[in-house]
Write a protein that binds this ligand. Structure first.
Ligand SMILES: Nc1ncnc2c1ncn2[C@@H]1O[C@H](COP(=O)(O)OP(=O)(O)OP(=O)(O)O)[C@@H](O)[C@H]1O
Ligand SMILES: [Mg+2]
Length: 239
């Protein structure tokens, strides 16, 4: 059983579904990416996984526990955390305080966990008493990821963690994502840059118009005619 299993998920904001019949898995030790054109429903799906939006059909399991109807605030403790694209840190709190907030939902000793996290996120360790609002955009994104990791999740869902960052800092964030993957955590990343997704991911899902249109191992996706797929032509041939 994969760490995260989403099965036939349909959800939206009002009565009309935005995403329909989406199935996907993510497992510890792997990076799974979701790519697709603007408005395809990538963020909607991410929000549905973590209980911000509710499914109208389907189910979501984390480590075999059905979290589909679980209150959102209990989901991190059950092993699934989410980092939104924007407004993902408390700017007036220090790095340390942000991590402490992340630790509230944790089961064990959060000070030990914080030291562990800071030993991985060395940029943040140097700035631990700095207010988050004074960090660079890239560092703020790293802090948001680090904070989510405070609960020792099975799977972390990241919505465009490198949007708006310089190429150099994008490398830094992806390196960090690789480290997270190697520390017995599953990573599910919404990524706007298809090349990046193919480079770092084990599995790639291409969402088009609210469906999980095409998916597979990154090596298989890399040889497809992605331009056609993004335009919604499912029959896109291998090039
Ligand atoms: N709060 C909302 N209320 C109503 N409709 C919304 C809301 N947020 C998004 N939508 C609609 O849902 C659809 C999917 O949006 P979503 O943000 O999930 O796409 P996305 O794939 O994440 O796009 P992007 O690449 O631009 O981030 C769009 O048509 C969008 O207009
Ligand atoms: Mg989005």
């Amino acid at each position: 059983m994969p760490a995260l299993l989403a099965e036939n998920v349909t959800a939206g904001y009002g009565r009309t579904p935005i995403i329909t019949g989406i199935s996907l898995t993510a497992d510890v030790g792997t990076i799974t990416t979701i790519v697709g054109p603007n408005g395809a429903g990538k963020s909607t799906f991410a929000k549905t996984l973590v209980g911000i939006l509710r499914t109208t059909t389907g189910r979501i399991l984390v480590d075999d526990v059905d979290i589909t109807k679980m209150p959102g605030h209990l989901i991190p403790r059950n092993g699934l955390v989410y980092v939104p694209q924007n407004d993902n840190v408390f700017k007036s709190l220090t790095v340390r305080e942000n991590l402490e907030v992340g630790g509230f939902a944790a089961k064990g000793d959060s000070s030990e966990r914080m030291e562990h996290i800071l030993s991985i996120f060395t940029d943040l360790a140097k700035a631990r008493e700095k207010k988050a609002g004074f960090l660079s955009g890239g560092q703020q994104n790293l802090l948001a990821i680090a904070r989510a990791l405070m609960v020792e999740p099975k799977v972390i869902v990241l919505d465009e963690p490198t949007a708006g960052l310089s190429p150099a800092y994008t490398d830094v964030v992806w390196n960090q994502i690789e480290i997270i993957k190697n520390s017995n955590t599953g990573v599910l990343v919404v990524e706007q840059n298809v090349e990046r997704a193919l480079k770092h991911a084990d599995f790639v899902h291409i969402f088009v118009a609210g469906s999980n249109h095409v998916h597979g191992p990154a090596s298989e996706i890399a040889v497809l005619d992605l331009a056609s797929i993004f335009l919604g032509r499912a029959e896109a041939k291998r090039s």
